[in-house]
Design a protein around this ligand. Structure first.
Ligand SMILES: Cc1cc2nc3c(=O)[nH]c(=O)nc-3n(C[C@H](O)[C@H](O)[C@H](O)COP(=O)(O)OP(=O)(O)OC[C@H]3O[C@@H](n4cnc5c(N)ncnc54)[C@H](O)[C@@H]3O)c2cc1C
Length: 484
């Protein structure tokens, strides 16, 4: 058997790469030799771009608990910077609020990777910092390593392994250039990416208005004018500290600018959103050492279902490299945690079986789809539909068409069934008559959602079943989108 430098190379030491590396070591009982390669220097792990660790920083308690329960990694202070009782979504008119998620935390994403590296090192993970991975290296139809450049001294970098995990985030250079035959989709549609940005501010409270700032809740504001095709957020990091920002879809923003004769870009909108926030006075970028270099930044996030196939011979993807952020709210930390743990287990099994083929790694596709990813295609449909609605329609729909049952589905990360639209009582018929297109659109997304979830729960057990499954999925999605 060929000798490799490592059993596994994880390209990218961010949220998902660091957890995957630790999970592989955990499940292989520390027998696997795992190298994490990251372009950042050792002093700045997990940094996404030169602007910092740009994120809204919100994560659910259940994701953090999943990590602790499965691989024994527990986070605490200071990386869990501020606890919240839930995520509240406000309608554009601020009249209706929906609890979108239960308890959670606002993280300090600059501090967390340092903690994650300590955890990974204890499990035996090795690190190569300052190395940018450019390409995957292949032999005999298998990915067997990475090549790149050492950014500190300019030298070439090449290491081999029995397999490579691509955890290099949204702008990975590895997946689009995979050098072997695979079932992996290489590129993403521009409309499935959101441009997002945020500040971390200290501020004085100007007005006690919990619809604009509430230290107990992460607030999401739906508003197609200020955050076209996306949403804005005000996430508390304390009583006078906030992570505040928004995301837009380029196509929706272009339409909004044309409609209102504006030329606003992402940064203009973020600044306008901060200004219109009634609770925030005199915001200043946090001067805390824990936030230095991380108080203003923008980056992109995907809002489609994850890549329909996550593995190939000697290769697997996780986190933003695999478009795992939830299509409905761009939350990618939870999916990264779940997928990284599942991938760690599948890789350890593949190494134990001495087989890192697509077929051997397939269990990861199945585990992720059946335990977490099955909702994502239906959320992609709902996201596309919501992007077609006006502020008035969103406010009306949230006020009249969402039932308690829908809200509890949303909290449980399930697609709402909009069952009120199925009950033909006279009051509801009058409301539907006022917005018939909105009502039928919402009902359509709920119906399609059920079909998509059933299809995803029938994800093929083996690679041989993938093509017909994918063909049917593509047809279902094309038909669903055609109705909007
Ligand atoms: C503005 C914004 C707000 C967000 N808010 C939230 C939120 O509130 N809650 C939530 O759940 N999600 C949120 N997300 C999404 C979340 O941040 C991501 O899903 C998450 O960071 C994904 O982790 P990752 O490890 O896959 O990728 P990343 O965090 O991007 O990590 C990638 C790592 O790979 C390294 N890397 C990249 N290229 C190379 C290369 N060529 N060679 C070597 N190393 C490389 C990078 O240096 C980095 O360390 C937000 C995203 C943005 C942009």
């Amino acid at each position: 058997m060929a000798a490799y430098d490592y059993d596994v190379i994880v390209a990218g030491g961010g949220m998902s790469g660091l957890i995957t590396a630790a999970a592989i070591c955990h499940y292989s009982k520390q027998k696997a030799r795992v190298l994490v390669v990251d372009r950042n220097p050792h002093s700045e792990p997990g940094k996404k771009t030169i602007n910092g660790w740009t994120c809204g920083d919100a994560v659910s308690k259940r994701s953090v608990d999943y990590l602790a329960d499965n691989i024994g990694i527990k986070y605490g202070s200071p990386e869990l910077e501020h606890p919240v009782e839930g995520v509240l979504v406000y309608s554009p008119d601020h009249q209706t609020k929906v609890l979108f998620e239960g308890e959670g935390f606002i993280l300090n994403r600059k501090i967390l990777p340092k903690r994650q590296i300590e955890d990974a090192k204890k499990l035996g993970v090795e690190f190569a910092f300052n190395v940018a991975c450019d390409r995957l290296y292949s032999e005999d139809g298998f990915v067997r390593g990475v090549t790149g450049r050492n950014l500190a001294d300019g030298s070439q970098f090449k290491k081999t392994a029995r397999m490579v995990v691509d955890a290099a985030g949204n702008a990975t250079k590895l997946r689009p250039n995979i050098p072997i035959q695979s079932k992996i989709e290489l590129d993403i549609d521009r409309d499935d990416l959101e441009s997002t940005g945020r500040y971390i501010y200290d501020f004085e409270v100007s007005e006690d208005d919990p619809t604009w700032f509430d230290s107990r809740y992460a607030l999401i504001h739906l508003d197609q004018f200020i955050a076209a095709g996306g949403y804005a957020w005000t996430f508390p990091k304390g009583k006078n500290k906030v992570n505040i920002g928004l995301g837009v879809q380029k196509k929706a923003l272009d339409l909004r600018n044309a409609k209102f004769g504006k030329k606003d870009g992402l940064q203009d909108l973020i600044d306008q959103y901060v200004k219109m926030n009634r609770a925030i006075k005199n915001p200043v970028q946090s001067a805390d050492e824990q936030d230095r270099g991380n108080t203003k930044g923008s980056w992109q996030v995907s809002v489609r279902r994850h890549n329909d196939c996550l593995v190939a011979n000697g290769y697997a993807m996780v986190g933003d490299a695999a478009w795992m952020a939830r299509p409905i709210d761009a939350g990618g930390i939870g999916p990264s945690i779940y997928a990284s743990v599942m991938l760690g287990k599948a890789v350890a099994q593949a190494l134990e079986a001495n087989d890192t083929s697509e077929e051997s790694l397939w269990q990861y596709n199945l585990d992720y789809m059946k335990h977490h990813g099955y909702q994502m295609a239906s959320f992609e449909v709902l996201r596309r539909y919501l992007q077609t609605l006006s502020n008035d329609q969103i406010s009306y729909g949230m006020k009249y068409f969402l039932s308690e049952e829908d809200i509890s589905s949303i909290v449980n990360r399930e697609h709402p069934r909009f069952s009120r639209l199925r009950l033909l009582n006279p009051a509801m018929m009058m409301r539907i008559a006022k917005e018939p297109k909105l009502a039928s659109g919402l009902k359509h997304t709920a119906d399609v959602s059920e079909e998509l979830i059933t299809h995803n729960m029938n994800y093929p057990e083996k690679p041989s079943g993938f093509e017909p499954w994918k063909k049917k999925l593509t047809t279902m999605l094309t038909e669903a989108f055609a109705k909007f």
